[in-house]
Design a protein around this ligand. Structure first.
Ligand SMILES: Nc1ncnc2c1ncn2[C@@H]1O[C@H](COP(=O)(O)OP(=O)(O)O)[C@@H](O)[C@H]1O
Ligand SMILES: [Mg+2]
Length: 254
C-alpha cells in the first residue's frame, strides 16, 4: 500500500437556509494515496465544491475528520493548492508576476521566490513567456500559468474544481491531456472534482462517484487505463464501458 495522502472520514456538512438546514454532505469517506489522481464525479449541486472547500480548509465540516499526510486539516495551508475555474489569473500581471503572486504569502525571500517562479514556469513549458500578459496567451497556456502558480508553492495536494468547465470541448480535451502530462511527470497528488464523467475517467487513477445531494460515496472505481494516456483512449472499449457504468450509477441516484 502506497503512503496515505488525504483521508476523508465520515465528513458531513449542512448549511442554514430559509427552509431549514440543507444537508449537502452525508458521511463522505474516501482516502487517497500519495501521487494518485483521484476524481470525484457527481451531479451539479451534489456537494463537490463544498467538499473541496473543506479539504482546502476554507470551510469546516459539521462532523468528521480530514487528514493530510497524517495531520488533521484545520484551516488553509501552503501544502494544499487550488486551481480555480478560469485559472484565476490577474490580467494586469505578467506570467511571472502571476506566479509570484501565489508565492507572496510563503514568507520566502525575494530571491527564493524568483527562483521558484522561474523553475515552475519552466516545468510547465512556458520559459520565454515570463513577461507576457495572460491575454496574449492561448487558453491552454493560461491554464499552464495557473498550474505553475499552484506548483510553485510545492503543494502536497493539488485541488482542482472543474478546471475546464468554461472552455469549449476541443480546448478542454487538449487541456486535460496537458494537465495529465504535467501532473504525471511531477508525481503530484491531485484531487479533482467534476460533473464530467469522461474528464473524471481520463484524468483519474480512481474515480469516486457521489450520489445526488446530500452527497454520499456510492462507488469507487479503479480506472484501468495505463499511463501515459493518449487522447485516443477515450474511444477504447474499456473507457467506453467504464463511462457507461458511471453514467448508470449517476442516473440511479438522480
Ligand atoms: N454557503 C452556502 N450556504 C447555503 N447553501 C450552500 C452554500 N454553499 C453551497 N450551498 C448549497 O449546497 C449545495 C451543493 O453545492 P456545491 O457544493 O457547490 O455543489 P457542486 O459543486 O457539486 O455543484 C447546493 O444546493 C448549494 O446551493
Ligand atoms: Mg461546484
Amino acid at each position: 500500500m502506497r503512503e496515505r495522502s488525504l483521508e476523508v472520514i465520515e465528513v458531513s456538512k449542512s448549511f442554514p437556509t430559509a427552509q431549514g438546514r440543507l444537508q449537502v454532505l452525508d458521511g463522505v469517506s474516501f482516502s487517497q494515496a500519495r501521487g494518485e489522481v483521484l476524481s470525484i464525479v457527481g451531479a451539479s449541486g451534489s456537494g463537490k465544491t463544498t467538499l473541496l472547500r473543506i479539504v482546502a480548509g476554507l470551510d469546516t465540516p459539521d462532523d468528521g475528520v480530514l487528514r493530510l499526510n497524517g495531520r488533521e486539516i484545520d484551516g488553509p495551508g501552503p501544502e494544499r493548492s487550488l486551481i480555480f475555474q478560469q485559472f484565476g489569473l490577474m490580467p494586469w500581471l505578467s506570467v511571472v508576476e502571476n506566479v509570484l503572486f501565489g508565492l507572496a504569502p510563503s514568507g520566502l525571500s525575494k530571491t527564493e521566490q524568483a527562483d521558484r517562479a522561474k523553475d515552475a514556469i519552466g516545468r510547465v513549458g512556458l520559459q520565454g513567456f515570463e513577461d507576457f500578459h495572460p491575454k496574449a496567451l492561448s487558453g491552454g497556456m493560461q491554464q499552464r500559468v495557473g498550474i505553475a502558480r499552484a506548483l510553485a508553492v510545492g503543494p502536497r495536494l493539488l485541488l482542482c474544481d472543474e478546471p475546464f468547465a468554461s472552455v469549449d470541448a476541443m480546448t478542454r480535451q487538449t487541456m486535460q491531456t496537458d494537465l495529465l502530462n504535467i501532473v504525471t511527470r511531477e508525481g503530484v497528488t491531485v484531487l479533482l472534482v467534476t460533473h464530467d464523467i469522461e474528464e473524471a475517467l481520463f484524468l483519474g487513477d480512481r474515480v469516486v462517484v457521489f450520489s445526488s445531494r446530500p452527497a454520499r460515496v456510492i462507488e469507487e472505481i479503479d480506472v484501468e487505463i495505463p499511463k501515459p494516456r493518449e487522447h485516443s483512449v477515450r474511444t477504447s472499449t474499456g473507457f467506453q464501458e467504464q463511462r457507461a457504468m458511471v453514467w448508470e450509477l449517476l442516473q440511479a441516484t438522480a
